[in-house]
Design a protein around this ligand. Sequence first.
Ligand SMILES: [Zn+2]
Length: 288
Amino acid sequence: MKKKIAELNKKLFLYLSLVGLVVSSSFAIAQNRLAIEEVKDGLHMITGPGGNIGVRVTSEGVILIDDKFPQDFDEIQSLVATVSNLPVRYVVNTHHHGDHSGSNPGFLPIAEVIAHKNARENMIRGNQDGLPRVVYSNETSVFLGGIEVQVFHLGRGHTNGDSVVYFPDLKTVHGGDLLHGIAPFIDYGNGGTSRGWVGTMNNILSLDFDTAIPGHGAIMNRRDVLNFRNQMEAVRHRMANLIRNGLDAVDAPEEIRDGNLSWTQAENGLFMQRSIPGFYEEISAELD
Ligand SMILES: [Zn+2]
């Protein structure tokens, strides 16, 4: 009998803690737009609206990869404080888009912001606030707390100023919007190119990694990154074949759809909405 009561109490306790957990987590969702999750020991990811943030914790401070929108600064800071009691010392912008560099003005007084030189030029042209104080051309590194974070420009793709951030000790990359969980956007107005993107993907795949943080969407493994590269190539071939068969630019958004290509099925995605006119022109020029 005693055992049964103990068993019952245990069940009741479990039930109550589950209820408590559900109540507190839905409360958290109502209060906060962003969330933090562990990627690997010492590396976290902040999700929610805007680009995924990489949070690299070291014994001398925190290195952020991207910083979402301007209104996210306070919430980013409080989420970082849940995984480190040290300040953010460096922010790397993977590119200039405002959902990846929006909190630069908040971080500049307390940290160094680093970006590719073309990303900084794109920010100036776009009248964006919070210009990085440090730029690089081909590659650079941040050394902090005995940890090296490598930053590479591996070629054009999403824009002409994309950075890939590599954490060699964790065999993990942050690909910015060169990696996208749903469908990519080729920003032709800022030097984006699908042809360059394939080459850049090959360069990313030459790095020794097993885990990748995409600019948007869930954490990827190496196979996911390879699939992304292959889909870019497949979409390029499909567009080339359609153009060879006389496709008109106005029909491109409709005709590019293909059941085997998830990007062309994501109707509301940036790939379909904003990349297609430039994509048609890019592939047409290649065929000339
Ligand atoms: Zn972007």
